[in-house]
Design a protein around this ligand. Structure first.
Ligand SMILES: NC(=O)c1ccc[n+]([C@@H]2O[C@H](COP(=O)([O-])OP(=O)(O)OC[C@H]3O[C@@H](n4cnc5c(N)ncnc54)[C@H](O)[C@@H]3O)[C@@H](O)[C@H]2O)c1
Length: 633
């Protein structure tokens, strides 16, 4: 029987005209019942003709109302509150119309419409009751037949809007593996209440009853939650052996659709991120509106996030420039899914090829440039200084010079904390870029406003420590940490890119904006936390191995935003670095000479020249440390 019913339900959705017919049958049957009730079962005392005419009027008026309201068009098995509201409105309108007809025609003593008014009231109540009951019966039968199997019990943490969206998405998706058996909320007014017939608990109570309810998962569905709260919830879940999942906030849904596939594992980024950044949306929107924006390094971690952030504004076109063809293709596919009607152009190009870059400027005439193309890996650039100079310095110079030549409005460069008192080739190459674009900004004849943004590590970027640890943990270890005391400042990629946008529309030009990176994180603690989050025990399931500092690596990164070396701005997380700009002619001559010397294939000479331009560049853990000694002598 069950499988027969299931087959019926699995078939195509019933035509709305069948639903209309069923509703009319219910309306006519209700009319008979209402009459019988009104006349105390004395139907024979009533003329059959009057009964027939009255009944026809009722069916006609109700039919008209159903057609006007379209209350028969919903898919019965998915009837929801708004469809019930529509249904009630259509019944009520028909009832009121019949009452008015009864009064008006009665007043003119037109006999062919005679229905006792009480019978009309009875009829309305019975017919509506039957129509709602019919829908509920079909819905419940469908729910019963398609009840999910092999599900795991879960609580949703958050009985607000996002929690309810998560609940509905899970409940409506018959393939979802969660069975929601409770909500958790910190608001006492919601405790002991229920939402969608599911009880709401306080966190403490949920922890007590979780075992009895066979809870396996907690789904975090709150938008305003502090990092400390997330930590506490994560710790308790680990103790209980529950999985902690996250329902992303509305702005982060893939394709803008709420569905249970969006629910993901909690990530270390969720626990290390900081409280949400408030952006000056108006000044950014004014600055971006109708503009063509070139993003270099668009396929990279920072560049791609800048593109995603830019797409939220009414821009004219985003030119996504990168030499990494496959990564650019992947980004294009992602954007076509989420922002298919947004204006972006994918351009495979190498920024060290001047002719190529010039032809892009010539063709698209960009108004703004976000420059995030770079080589960034410290140990690799230590071994290949040629590449660091060619891409980081050469590429930046080409883009910056063309920006001046083409009168671009703004050039916003992404720099790094490694450029501060650099100890490696990569950091020094970025410092040279900063010096160059700052010197360009000094000239009165230059229309372009050049802005530098400096920040520390971003969580989860390509080749960074978080994806590396993740892979090592998945493989069963060991997790490699270079030094037990090494610390780094971290930001999430969206946080850093939001600040890049904000800083881009803050300055007049020539500034180096430095971001507040919060407190430094011990990499050893990060590794331990990620091991714990994976449900593993350090020393039993997995080991941490200390491999020694790598070439050019510092134990502690410089504090970017101290009171001594920065000045405040109106944004509490953005400061202006106190860095004295240098004279363009002098800087340009030195950098041009450096760029020529990379053709000589003499790495020591290249690094020596870098140290000449950046006197504070003292190599650490590097074969170039000897150069510092020689230069000191
Ligand atoms: N990732 C971080 O933690 C972090 C933190 C602070 C600052 N930054 C800075 O941000 C910038 C970008 O870093 P990322 O993490 O996005 O790196 P990434 O490696 O993910 O991205 C860099 C992109 O630049 C592209 N690129 C390199 N050379 C190019 C060339 N010649 N022509 C065109 N495209 C080229 C690469 O293909 C890549 O897609 C770097 O300057 C880095 O120092 C990064």
């Amino acid at each position: 029987m069950k499988s027969l019913l299931l087959n019926i339900f699995k078939g195509r959705v019933v035509s709305p005209y069948w639903i209309l017919l069923i509703d009319l049958v219910l309306v006519s049957n209700s009319f008979i019942i209402a009459f019988i009730l009104r006349l105390n079962l004395l139907l024979p005392n009533y003329s059959f003709l009057s009964f027939f005419i009255g009944g026809s009027w009722v069916i006609f008026v109700y039919l008209l109302s159903f057609l006007i309201f379209g209350s028969y068009r919903g898919v019965i098995r998915h009837t929801n509150y708004s469809e019930l509201k529509l249904l009630t409105s259509s019944y009520f309108s028909a009832f009121v119309t019949l009452l008015v007809l009864d009064v008006v025609l009665g007043y003119f003593q037109i006999k062919w419409f005679f229905i006792p008014r009480l019978a009309l009231v009875f009829h309305f109540m019975i017919a509506l009751f039957l129509a709602i009951s019919f829908r509920m019966l079909v819905k419940e039968t469908y729910e019963f037949l398609t009840k999910k199997k092999d599900t795991e019990n879960a609580f949703i943490y958050g009985a607000g809007d996002l929690g309810l969206i998560a609940y509905e998405a899970i409940n409506n998706d018959k393939t979802s593996r969660y069975e929601i058996v409770g909500f958790i909320d910190d608001d006492p007014s919601k405790w002991n209440m229920s939402m969608h017939s599911v009880p709401v608990y306080k966190w403490k109570r949920a922890l007590e009853i979780g075992e009895a309810k066979s809870i396996k998962t907690i789904i975090l569905a709150i938008s305003d939650i502090t990092i400390d709260q997330k930590h506490q919830i994560s710790d308790e879940c680990l103790k209980k052996g529950w999985k902690l999942k996250v329902m992303p906030t509305v702005g982060n849904w893939v394709n803008g659709i709420s569905n249970p596939n969006q629910i993901r594992d909690i990530r270390i980024e969720d626990l290390l991120g900081r409280d949400e950044i408030k952006l000056n949306q108006k000044s950014i929107a004014d600055g971006l509106s109708g503009k063509t924006i070139l993003v270099s390094g668009a396929a990279g971690s920072i560049g791609s996030e800048i593109v995603r952030q830019l797409l939220k504004f009414p821009v004219k076109n985003i030119l996504m420039v990168d030499q990494a063809e496959s990564a650019l293709y992947d980004l294009q596919q992602e954007l076509l899914l989420s922002y298919y009607d947004s204006p972006f152009t994918v351009i495979v190009a190498d920024i060290t090829n001047k002719n190529r870059v010039q032809s892009i400027f010539e063709k698209y005439h960009p108004d703004l440039i976000f420059h995030a193309a770079a080589y960034k890996h410290v140990p690799l650039m230590e071994r290949f200084p040629y590449e660091a100079i060619s891409v980081n310095v050469g590429g930046t110079k080409i883009l910056a010079d063309l920006s001046v030549a083409y009168g671009i409005d703004k050039f916003i460069m992404v720099s790094t904390d490694k450029a501060v008192n650099p100890t490696n080739v990569m950091g020094a190459s970025k410092r040279i870029c900063e010096i160059y674009i700052q010197s360009l900004a000094q000239s009165d004849s230059v229309k372009t406003s050049f802005i530098t943004t400096r920040f520390g590590n971003v969580l989860g970027s390509n080749g960074s420590v978080v994806p590396l640890f993740k892979k090592q943990i998945e493989r069963g270890g060991p997790v490699t940490v270079t030094h037990p005391d090494i610390t780094r400042y971290f930001m999430t990629i969206p946080e850093a890119c939001q600040l890049v946008l904000e800083a881009g529309f803050m300055g007049k030009g020539g500034e180096i904006f430095v971001f507040d990176m919060g407190e430094p994180v011990k990499i050893d603690d990060l590794a331990k936390e990620m091991i714990r989050m994976a449900g593993l025990k350090l020393g039993e399931d997995i080991e941490i191995v200390y491999t020694g500092l790598r070439e050019g690596e510092k134990l502690y990164e410089e504090l970017l935003a101290s009171k001594e070396n920065t000045m405040p701005t109106h944004h509490n997380k953005i400061m202006i670095g106190k860095v004295r700009p240098q004279v363009y002619e002098y800087v340009n001559a030195k950098i041009s000479y450096l760029l020529q010397s990379i053709n000589n294939d003499n790495e020591e000479l290249i690094v020596k020249q870098m140290k000449d331009i950046v006197p504070e560049f003292l190599s650490q853990n590097s074969i170039y440390s000897s150069l510092d000694l020689k230069m000191a002598e």
